[in-house]
Write a protein that binds this ligand. Structure first.
Ligand code: MG
Length: 194
């Protein structure tokens, strides 16, 4: 059981806010195909859609065994998780497995074990929700970089707070500008009241 069990839950997505999925794709792409220029700006939620001529290759890269386990931490991910705790919430991982990558679920858990457990304890992995159905999870908010969450109109969590990225600018959800954003407390509070 978590030491935060009597607190409001803040669900936190992994790929994007905590784990730098794009950086690892680009890293592997530039090793395999140094001739393909890396885009300076990301436009589409799925990075493979930003490289339409090479989308199969990009999908192949993110389906590799070891891919999810080797993602670098996103900027200030650990600080952000700590900030959520310091603000009085119970942060809980809520991440979608990649359907096409059979290793993704187990590797996401291994990644949390390596990056988060030494700092925040075993509870992070024990309580981590790796599910395609984020809308079925309870919490005051879900912090997620997806521009829209499928079935969010039925969501059990209070509010989808969009984690700011170049590719989600069209989303009109309340927006968190990175883990150091001063607005984090206000966003979570407003979500709790929604
Ligand atoms: Mg994500």
């Amino acid at each position: 059981m978590s030491k935060f069990e009597d607190r409001p839950i803040a669900l936190i997505d992994m790929d994007g806010p905590l784990a730098d999925f794009d950086a690892e794709v680009v890293n592997r792409l530039s090793i395999r195909r140094p001739d393909i220029p890396i885009l300076k700006t990301r436009h589409n939620f799925y990075i493979s859609d930003d490289y339409p001529e090479h989308s199969l290759l990009l999908r192949e890269i993110s389906d590799e065994e070891g891919f999810f386990e080797s993602l670098p931490l996103a900027a200030y991910a650990l600080e952000g998780f700590q900030r959520v705790i310091d603000l009085g919430y119970h942060p809980r991982i809520c991440s979608k497995p990649m359907r096409s990558n059979p290793y993704s679920k187990i590797e996401k858990l291994k990644w949390l074990e390596r990056e988060f457990v030494p700092i925040f304890g075993e509870y992070v992995v024990k309580e981590a929700i790796i599910t395609p159905n984020k809308h079925e999870q309870e919490g005051v908010a879900l912090i997620d970089d997806a521009p829209a969450i499928p079935k969010s109109e039925e969501a059990l969590y209070g509010e989808h707070i969009v984690f700011d990225m170049e590719y989600n600018q069209a989303s009109e959800q309340p927006r968190l500008y990175g883990w150091l954003d001063d607005n984090l407390a206000a966003l979570l509070e407003a979500a709790g009241n929604s």
